[in-house]
Design a protein around this ligand. Structure first.
Ligand code: PLP
Length: 391
């Protein structure tokens, strides 16, 4: 037979199909609550002012496109570490970080590292989660198991169920944790619950892999990273995948970093060599442009302050929409306590289809909505049209 005919057909990406339907819809008040990008009140995903300014500086000053190394731009990683980890922890010799193509690249690189170091490890992922988590680890050759995480009846974390499932994990297994702004539920472990999870991992020899893709879009830059820092403090070994694609609005430019904390400075050095070798075989080096923008912003105090102000405006818009939703219907009250770009509405796929056909409201079949896709001006109408389907 022909070479590729034995391949099984891949399902189409449901969110991309939704975008195509949305674009064909001519109703002026249609709402795209599908794909996870920030939107302003007009529904646009603009380039941030600070990003434009940094690009202008790069255009003027950048004098070469010669190769960087497999680890990308070391200054980008350095300044990002100061922002994310704080200057003190950024200098911890047990930590090593390299630039990656987005948070996805960071997760995949970490997965490849784990697959080399501990090929029989199982990676534990809470349900529901970002649909790319399981494929990333499976493609790296690791086995994946799901654990319970979200209790839809309370719209909150089900910590007991989570820990009961994780009791089946063996020492050396990996636990994927959303650092903040859980996708798709928006729920957050309280500080006390997070401490319990960290203690659980530490006493059972489980390795946490934190995915931090929405830093600054929940409760602010400091609050959003505090749980991750507490985890790094308490755990001998951990991984952190970081994305700059949402908080700098750089989505397609693919900007991220992976940090790995080893048990000793020697193991961090060993890890670094492996990260470089793995990166070389996967993408040789990460794309530079977006990381150069972030580096410019983080090294120039005027740009950095402006970026922080823009980020605060984005966060304010999301949390304002959350509060408005929560106030308009009792079934939406939990959304006011949750954080980040997403919420999971208690609706069925049939409800989702009816909202799309009858009202031009587009969301994933799971009921996940991108909060930033809503408009303050039409939120009453949205809740009125959603209302009949809510419990
Ligand atoms: N992790 C989570 C939870 C995400 O939601 C996303 C993006 O949607 C990513 C990682 C990856 O982001 P990036 O575009 O930087 O690869």
């Amino acid at each position: 037979g022909a070479l590729f005919d034995g391949l099984t057909r891949q399902p189409a990406d449901p969110l991309l199909g939704l975008t195509a339907l949305f674009e064909a819809d001519r109703r002026p008040d249609r709402l795209d609550l599908g794909v996870g990008v920030f939107r302003d009140e007009q529904g646009a995903t603009p380039i941030m002012r600070s990003v434009k300014a940094a690009e202008g500086r790069l255009l003027e000053r950048q004098d070469t496109k010669a190769y960087l190394g497999t680890e990308g731009d070391p200054l980008f990683v350095r300044y990002l570490a100061d922002l994310v980890l704080g200057p003190e922890r950024a200098d911890d010799p047990r930590l090593t970080g390299i630039q990656t193509p987005g948070g996805t690249g960071a997760l995949r690189l970490g997965a490849e590292l784990l697959a080399g170091a501990r090929p029989d490890a199982t990676v534990w992922i809470g349900t529901p989660t970002w649909p790319n988590h399981a494929p990333i680890f499976r493609q790296a050759g690791l086995s994946v198991r799901m654990h319970r995480f979200f209790d839809p009846s309370r719209s909150d974390v089900d910590l007991d169920a989570m820990l009961a499932d994780l009791a089946n994990a063996r020492p050396g297994d990996v636990v994927v944790l959303h650092g903040c702004c859980h996708n798709p539920t928006g729920v957050t472990l309280t500080a006390a619950q997070w401490a319990l999870v960290v203690r659980f991992c530490s006493t059972r020899g489980l390795v946490p892999f934190v995915d931090l893709a929405y830093h600054g879009l929940g409760d602010g830059l400091e609050a959003d990273v505090a749980p991750t820092l507490a985890l790094l403090e308490a755990m001998p070994e951990a991984l952190l995948a970081y994305s700059c694609d949402k908080n700098f609005g750089l989505y397609r430019d693919r900007v991220g970093a992976l940090w790995v904390q080893g048990a000793t400075p020697g193991s961090a050095t060993l890890v670094r060599g492996h990260l470089q070798a793995l990166a070389r075989s996967m993408w040789s080096m990460p794309p530079d442009h977006g990381a150069a923008i972030v580096r410019e912003i983080l090294t120039e105090s005027v740009l950095k302050e402006d970026w922080k102000a823009e980020l605060e405006t984005m966060r304010g818009r999301i949390n304002g929409l959350r509060a408005a939703l929560a106030a308009l219907h009792p079934a939406l009250a939990p959304i006011g306590r949750q954080r980040g770009m997403f919420a999971l509405l208690p609706v069925t796929p049939a409800n989702v289809a009816a909202l799309r056909v009858d009202h031009g409201i587009y969301m994933a079949d799971s009921g996940r909505i991108n909060i930033a896709g809503l408009r303050t001006a039409s939120i009453d109408r949205f809740v009125k049209q959603l209302g009949p389907f809510l419990p």
